[in-house]
Ligand binder design. Structure first.
Ligand SMILES: C[S@@+](CC[C@H](N)C(=O)[O-])C[C@H]1O[C@@H](n2cnc3c(N)ncnc32)[C@H](O)[C@@H]1O
Length: 285
């Protein structure tokens, strides 16, 4: 198995509680929007889903409740233990210790491959292309590949919201993130861990190079995180709906893609019938 960087393993094994991350407060926005975008594309029949980099099962849980079968794969033993504790008894669930670069799955064995985590922890482009190729290999023709990325300017906006932008060590991190996308924590600080932050164009180019089709990138949180009042507004149910509507209205606007922390690429494996190719239909071009 390809080795995870030791600092990434240490971060998820001991320094950070990934299991709690999306379950409260404004972080829920990432969960709700990811759910919404995936359901918009995948809803319908019971699907076999690979949740690659699935962590402790935050997405596997609702995907199972929606009636899908889920294989959760993650390289961090603690995450697999937590996922098994929570979901081990759920019909249709299985978990495997594994790396997105060499998936322990058969060719064309799933309807959808979710990469909600691995891409931003692989700092080298060839590794990220391999991850997309692996996702494509295990996905049935015409199936979906969904990939989360952290945007190039995530640290810059987080620093402005939280005031860390005035800390010299953080300024150096932002400078490197913006210039190269290569994000590194510094000793004694809690500024995430080793990661690569994508420019939207890079994410699409990597997916296309790996052979994916019909690629669209959506803003997950969009401009909402950039507001100083966002925490307070999010806890009000009526305002929450307004905020979600605002995000939807600009979710594919290229000039706003980098203003929020996450993007979601939704693409398809070659082999799906386009409208004009379905039996009995004729093309218009
Ligand atoms: C921020 S967490 C996201 C967890 C969950 N998918 C979510 O969306 O909330 C990133 C996840 O990616 C996993 N990961 C990191 N590198 C990976 C790799 N090379 N292959 C597969 N998963 C990886 C980590 O173990 C962790 O569970």
């Amino acid at each position: 198995m390809d080795e995870l960087e030791p600092e990434i393993l240490a971060y998820y094994s001991a320094e950070w509680d990934e299991d709690a991350r999306l379950r409260s407060g404004l972080n829920e926005l990432e969960l709700i929007r990811t759910q919404e975008l995936i359901r918009r594309h995948l809803a319908g029949t019971r699907m076999a889903v690979a949740d690659i980099g699935g962590g402790s099962g935050i997405h596997a849980e609702w995907l199972l409740q929606d009636g899908n079968e889920v294989t959760l794969i993650d390289p961090v033993p603690l995450h697999i233990e937590q996922a098994d504790d929570r979901l081990g008894a759920a019909p249709g669930f299985r978990s495997m210790l594994g790396d997105a670069r060499a998936l322990p799955l058969d060719d064309h064995s799933v309807d959808a491959a979710l990469l909600l985590g691995p891409l931003y922890h692989l700092t080298q482009r060839p590794d990220r292309i391999t991850v997309f190729e692996e996702a494509l290999r295990v996905t049935k023709p015409g199936g979906f590949v969904v990939a989360a990325a952290i945007t190039r300017f995530a640290s810059l906006f987080a620093g402005l919201q939280e005031g860390e932008i005035f800390v010299p060590e953080f300024q150096a991190i932002v400078e490197a993130d913006v210039a190269t996308g290569q994000h590194r924590n510094v000793e004694g600080r809690d500024y995430f861990t080793t990661a690569f932050f994508h420019h939207p164009d890079e994410l699409i180019a990597e997916a296309i190079e790996a052979g994916l089709e019909d690629t669209t990138v959506f803003a997950v949180e969009g401009p909402v995180m950039a507001s100083a009042q966002n925490d307070r507004w999010w806890s009000n149910p009526e305002k929450r709906e307004v905020l979600l509507g605002v995000i939807r209205s600009v979710e594919t606007e290229p000039t706003l893609m980098g203003i929020g922390p996450h993007m979601l690429l939704i693409a398809r494996a070659p082999g799906h019938a386009r409208p004009a190719e379905r039996p009995g239909e004729t093309g218009t071009t």
